[in-house]
Design a protein around this ligand. Structure first.
Ligand SMILES: [Fe+2]
Length: 557
């Protein structure tokens, strides 16, 4: 770039949003050399050197060149930048970009570091939010769902919000376990069997007979010879049961038995021990999948983790705009009448070691303020039923009460309920459960994997309980078992950050993925995630589609 009068006239126009914001008066060439030579100084100064710095790297005013110029500017300071980060910077003025580079250089003392959009969020301390001004519903967007209205009922009797009774003493635990046991026992007793159901205190005396016992599993062990043993308990006593490895069918079932399972076991009573012949879980009754007349759909959104630097803000904005009719596949968006939100709205604070390093918004109230702003942008004709997750600002122990208004605000189309939450939506019995127990069941039932959380949900349905292993889950000993699974046409869980879908005995199972990129902590934990994918289930057709918002081009998977 030349000097003198020509330099003074130079204007810099990096982005297209507000040309005045991007204009900087130039300085003389000598000032430029003194103040903005990155080979002399690894951290750029700010506005005083802006024009010089731009001149130094040859930035030209043309809009179409701004991406290249950002790359050049970063390279000049010994930094690489990925495409997502460039996208973010395109909207910023030069002064801000130089401030950001300065902060990045403080983080990266060494040269040649690659700056990602996630890191950019960290240094800018901001989450990009769409605004109402950004949303312009196209005239050809006619949401059918609006015409249908809503027909739903929250089962408040099954919601812990405002009803917690437990103080955590022994009596509370006894009441909780008894309630759990008696509910499942009555289901098991109703299952047809050739064998008489006998209480455990009488079972041992019926030597030589084939009987059925019902109990809660206290212990499961492998014997020295490779057989399995179970010690079960009912309200009258305990019983030791052996399952021989040669009895393939019974052995395979026993392999899937976990601690605290409540099961019926058909046994042959011997003099010294009882031998299992068959094992029965309470399981779901077999029924047909329910469909409805209205051409309505439910979308599933969970695990946004708003406040995290890994929150997929740009992709979430894309999804919100799509819900407003902006983008392809309008015919799918038009039918969405409900969003089920299965928890982890905000990232919270202190949920895992060094979480503060992953937070862009470190104040939990601010995290929820951002969440409110995003929810406001979801069209009013979409009813949002929301439960909390383990990252949200309610007690950690399940059942968790609903997120309060002072956190999540009050919007006419948002209904905040407890976790687990139970509702009838358009005639379907729906269970919303965040899904913390999916981790423990996956770890304990052979064959399950975090890559297929829907299969873990099926194991919950078989056990008719949302958190079957008591010790391995943080469960408040309420006097009634809030985790009991009664009728279920649809169950939606989050927590595992992995999309999945299956049908089991007429129940639709949807695991709703996430809107957070994998954190380093999650990578260490071996998580598998499918960020920015929106599952949408059509209640008339009984069909699911998954839309991918991870890339600019919204696609059906
Ligand atoms: Fe989560």
């Amino acid at each position: 770039m030349g000097g003198g009068e020509k330099d003074k006239e130079t204007k810099i126009n990096l982005a297209n949003a507000d040309s005045s914001a991007y204009s900087q008066s130039s300085q003389t060439n000598s000032q430029a050399k003194n103040q903005a030579n990155p080979s002399n100084s690894s951290t750029p100064s700010t506005s005083a050197t802006s024009a010089a710095a731009m001149a130094n790297v040859g930035i030209e005013p043309q809009k179409e060149k701004k991406e290249i110029e950002i790359v050049k500017l970063f390279r000049k300071y010994g930094l690489f930048i990925n495409s997502g980060a460039i996208e973010e910077l395109k909207e910023k003025n030069l002064e801000t970009i130089l401030e950001i580079i300065k902060k990045l250089k403080e983080l990266h003392k060494e040269d040649m570091a690659i700056v990602s959009e996630t890191e950019l969020k960290e240094v800018t301390q901001e989450i990009k939010l769409p605004g109402f001004a950004d949303i312009s519903r196209p005239s050809d967007f006619r949401p059918l769902a609006k015409e249908f209205g809503h027909d739903f009922k929250i089962h408040t009797e099954r919601d812990i919000t405002g009803k917690s009774k437990c103080g955590g003493d022994i009596d509370d635990f006894v009441k909780n376990v008894n309630d759990r046991f008696m509910r499942i026992k009555s289901i098991l007793e109703s299952r047809p069997s050739h064998n008489q159901v006998v209480k455990l205190e009488r079972a041992k005396s019926q030597v030589g007979e084939l009987i059925r016992v019902i109990g809660m599993v206290m212990r499961k062990n492998v014997t020295k010879k490779g057989h399995l043993s179970l010690e079960i308990e009912d309200e009258t006593g305990t019983l030791f049961i052996l399952i021989l490895k040669d009895d393939k069918e019974a052995f395979e079932k026993a392999n899937k038995v976990i601690k605290d399972d409540i099961i019926a076991v058909d046994i042959k009573v011997g003099t010294n021990f009882c031998m299992a012949k068959d094992i029965t879980w309470p399981d779901m009754p077999v029924k047909a999948k329910k469909t409805i007349e209205k051409d309505l759909s439910i979308a599933f959104v969970s695990d946004m983790h708003i406040g995290s630097k890994y929150f997929c803000d740009k992709e979430f904005e894309r999804m919100i705009k799509w819900l407003n009719g902006m983008g392809p596949h309008k015919e799918i968006a038009e039918k969405i009448g409900y969003i089920l939100m299965a928890g982890d709205v905000a990232d919270g604070i202190g949920n895992y070691p060094k979480q503060e390093n992953d937070l862009v918004v470190k104040d939990v109230f601010e995290q929820y303020k951002l969440a409110q702003k995003m929810l406001e942008l979801i069209p009013d004709h979409i009813k949002i039923i929301m439960i909390p997750g383990n990252h949200d600002a309610v007690r950690l122990a399940e059942p968790q009460p609903a997120l309060k208004e002072e956190m999540i605000g009050k919007l006419p189309n948002v209904i905040s309920i407890g976790n687990p939450g139970f509702a009838n939506v358009e005639g379907l019995e729906v269970i919303l459960y965040h899904g913390v127990s999916l981790g423990s069941i996956t770890a304990n039932v052979p064959g399950l994997t975090p890559a297929k959380p829907e299969e873990a949900v099926v194991e919950l349905l078989k056990r008719r309980n949302l958190a079957p292993i008591y010790d391995e889950n943080d469960i408040a000993p309420e006097h009634s078992d809030y985790h009991f699974i009664g009728n279920c046409d649809m169950i939606n869980t989050g927590h595992m950050h992995k999309n999945g879908y299956t049908e089991y005995r007429g129940s639709v199972v949807v695991t709703s993925g996430t809107w957070q990129w994998l954190t380093e902590y999650q990578v260490k934990q071996g998580h598998v995630a499918t960020p920015c994918v929106l599952p949408i289930y059509n209640l008339k057709e009984g069909r699911i589609v998954h839309l991918n918002f991870a890339e600019e081009q919204i696609k059906i998977l």
